[in-house]
Design a protein around this ligand. Structure first.
Ligand code: AMP
Ligand code: MN
Ligand code: MN
Length: 361
């Protein structure tokens, strides 16, 4: 590890001594937070190393904001640069098919090859340390860490916090930091940030699609990237087996119109056996919640996806009547008011019972 630079003396105390600060999370980054983050990058030692990390089962925002920012650091001349996520494996870690054409994938290394003692760790789209798996130890060891996120449920880990719950995606935070670092946006950086923005806003359909979001999209499109091609790749291309799998899983979805205090709940589940039968990878189920939540009779939708024998990745959505972020946090997860998730244990019935207990409470 290189010697600490001048910035590092000014870095706040280690995370253990920082209690969760919900008020600070809500307020978004201060001018001091931004300048601490800029200083953390500018004061890297000559030949300093940077490790970029994002959450397990990375989505478009996690990968897009991480790789877009990574390409920006590369343009600044940072040479020792790695990106990874929990579970990244092999010489060229695989990402879900929709993201296999993202620029900057050459930055990815397997999680066990990620530098053990980088000079700076930058963390993207991670609401809680539990989403970092074993990579959390890099945060403990590094002399400086910057956390870029937009989850209101952020648990305030790491040292420098750029956590803005009003941001539609972590890439909105990332672009502000790139601007402050003086990195011009080129088409490669823009494509990464655009994928992040488009995925987290549900293709610019969700309420957080503010004028500023469209202004950022316009700026990104101004670099010449092709939105039609990108959207087709990211949203509209799946193996035929996934189409059949969706048919089966949606065929057994259940509607409970009187549930969740009368606003209605719709839910579906998919097992590892379902995936095996259709020869599909888990990522193809990421979009399942979008098909389930169409049901007009339900405000709340749930998709329960098996990831191990008695472990399930649960997606929750609300159309506005219910704070599913609260439900997810109560069950050990996190997210936003209208889109959240948690890891469930036991059988599908047991996981649904946990959700019912919270929703119907
Ligand atoms: P998903 O349903 O996987 O699209 O996730 C919806 C939102 O909930 C995203 O903002 C995720 O970051 C968050 N989320 C999902 N699962 C978890 C979890 N196990 N812990 C914390 N946050 C989660
Ligand atoms: Mn994410
Ligand atoms: Mn996000």
């Amino acid at each position: 590890m290189s010697a600490r630079g001048p910035l590092l003396a000014a870095v706040p105390a280690p995370r253990e001594s920082i209690p969760p600060q919900p008020a600070a999370v809500q307020a978004g980054p201060t001018a001091a937070d931004w300048s601490a983050a800029v200083t953390a990058v500018r004061d890297l030692p000559p030949d300093g190393s940077v490790l970029l990390i994002c959450h397990v089962n990375p989505d478009g925002d996690a990968l897009g904001s991480m790789l877009g920012f990574g390409l920006g650091l590369r343009r600044l001349g940072v040479r020792h640069l790695q990106a990874t996520f929990p579970g990244a494996a092999g010489d060229r870690p695989e990402v879900p098919e929709p993201f296999q054409a993202l620029p900057g994938l050459d930055l990815l290394v397997s999680d066990d090859r990620a530098s053990a003692d980088p000079d700076l760790v930058v963390c993207f789209d991670v609401a809680a340390e539990s989403r970092l798996g074993a990579l959390v130890d890099r945060l403990d060891r590094t002399p400086a860490s910057v956390v870029l996120d937009h989850h209101a449920s952020n648990t305030w880990f790491g040292q420098i916090h750029l956590v803005d719950p009003s941001a539609a995606a972590t890439s909105v935070v990332a672009v502000q930091l790139l601007d402050r670092l003086g990195v011009p946006l080129d088409a490669e950086i823009a494509e990464c940030l655009y994928v992040a923005l488009a995925t987290d806003t549900g293709s610019f359909k969700f309420d957080m699609t503010t004028p500023a979001v469209h202004e950022l999209a316009a700026r990104l499109l101004g670099t010449g990237i092709r939105p039609g091609e990108i959207s087709r790749r990211v949203f509209d291309t799946r193996p035929f087996g996934a189409v059949k799998l969706y048919g089966e899983v949606l065929g057994r979805a259940e509607l409970e119109p009187a549930a969740a205090g009368g606003v209605g709940r719709v839910w579906a589940y998919a097992t590892l056996e379902d995936l095996r039968r259709h020869d599909q990878r888990p990522y193809v189920l990421e979009g399942l919640i979008d098909s389930v939540r169409c049901a007009a009779e339900a405000d709340v939708s749930c998709v329960v996806k098996q990831v191990a024998d008695d472990e399930w990745a649960v997606s929750l959505r609300s159309k506005g009547a219910v704070d599913v972020g609260r439900v997810a946090v109560a069950l050990g997860g996190g997210g936003h008011r209208l889109a959240a998730g948690f890891t469930g244990r036991g059988s599908v019935a047991e996981v649904m019972a946990q959700i019912r207990a919270q929703l119907d409470a």
